[in-house]
Design a protein around this ligand. Structure first.
Ligand code: GLA
Length: 353
């Protein structure tokens, strides 16, 4: 039998840039999807979170609009791409919350793919795993996501942040200081990533590139947006500024300037909120309070529209910030959020047990 530990991810800066082939800075986090599995003729998976078994026909894989689509999607994409695998019998569990914006879809996809890669000897490179999982999500599940989540889940590195150019797929690791904590805060507001809002932004970004005759957002200057329709100008203006911020954030982290790194995160949040229309009252509340109570910086993380936010906090203040923000949040929204102090973790790991 195999055991796969597949992390979640949090993006520290560079959101909604990946589908415009810009820069991102995620970490894999130490909250995991855990898959125990062995080869089988059929495909049969139990989810400890949903407490149900799903079985499906490998000869006729169809989307069923439930959690097992992330499993089905991996079998589907392997078949479409010409890889030969049999079935699996497995149990999915772990402590990574599902549907809170911490990359749980990518984490499940990569868990299943890493198992199949090991058990059926597919010899996939890490980057091939990330791209296959992204294709499963795009073309089977139907979410037009970029490469951010799948890349981080595969390439995460303990004590390091990933700096990724989503165009060339070249990445670097930057050491994350040991005396800084990452606070992840789930607002409790469910997020519908497959909703039209995400797809609309992706479409606007692609259309803007087409109108400008550019291939990636990295090549675009804000002044070139002058003659575009105002929504395009506003949305793509955010992407252009965010790319710059990610580059500056990389420099700040490399030189140990956490203050500046944090300021860039917070600036990213307010730009997302004001110009990209993907924040919410709850996310804004968290960002404002986390900074007020001593975080270096805070922002929504991932797609937004609810979901989770992230703050980086000096270690000695971390618990205090987490608890004070939560108290105020409960008082204001009458709703108990979920929060985790996490650290950068290694990417997916497969072991025989
Ligand atoms: C989701 C998508 C990613 C990325 C983020 C926003 O997490 O899956 O590809 O676009 O939103 O940065």
């Amino acid at each position: 039998m195999y055991r796969v530990d597949s992390p979640g991810r949090v993006n520290l800066i560079g959101d909604h840039t990946d589908y415009a082939l810009g820069y991102v800075m995620p970490v894999a986090i130490n909250l995991y999807t855990v898959l125990h599995a062995q080869k089988d003729e059929k495909a049969r998976v139990y989810s400890q979170i949903f407490r149900e078994v799903k079985e499906f026909d490998l000869e006729d894989i169809k989307k069923a609009n439930d959690w097992a689509d992330y499993v089905r999607g991996i079998f589907w994409v392997l078949r479409v791409e010409g890889y030969k695998v049999g079935g699996m019998r497995g149990i999915l569990g772990g402590d990574l919350p599902i549907g809170s914006g911490l990359g749980s879809s990518a984490s499940i996809e990569i868990a299943v793919l890493a198992f199949l890669n090991g058990a059926y000897g597919l010899d996939l490179l890490p980057i091939e795993m990330a791209l296959l999982a992204q294709k499963a999500e795009n073309d089977f599940v139907g979410v037009p996501c970029g490469i951010l989540d799948q890349f981080a889940v595969v390439h995460g590195k303990k004590e390091h942040v990933i700096f990724l150019d989503t165009d060339t797929l070249r990445h670097e690791y930057i050491r994350f200081p040991g005396d800084v904590q990452i606070l992840v805060f789930y607002t409790g507001v469910k997020r519908e990533l497959s909703s039209s809002a995400y797809a609309e932004r992706r479409k606007v970004a692609e259309e803007t590139l087409r109108l400008l005759g550019k291939r990636t957002s990295k090549e675009v200057e804000e002044r070139e947006l002058r003659n575009l329709p105002s929504l395009y100008r506003r949305f793509f203006g955010y992407i252009v500024r965010e790319n710059r911020r990610v580059l500056e954030a990389r420099d700040a982290l490399e030189s140990g300037d956490l203050q500046r790194f944090g300021e860039l995160m917070t600036a990213s949040h307010w730009d997302l909120a004001r110009n990209y229309d993907v924040s919410s009252e709850e996310l804004d509340f968290f960002v404002r309070k986390a900074v007020e109570f001593g975080a270096y910086g805070a922002k929504l993380t991932g797609a937004g529209f609810g979901g989770s936010a992230v703050a980086i906090v000096p270690e000695e203040l971390a618990l205090d910030v987490a608890m004070r923000v939560t108290d105020e949040y409960v008082r204001h929204f009458n709703w108990e959020p979920d929060y985790h102090l996490v650290s950068p973790s290694d990417g997916v790991r497969v072991r025989k047990v």
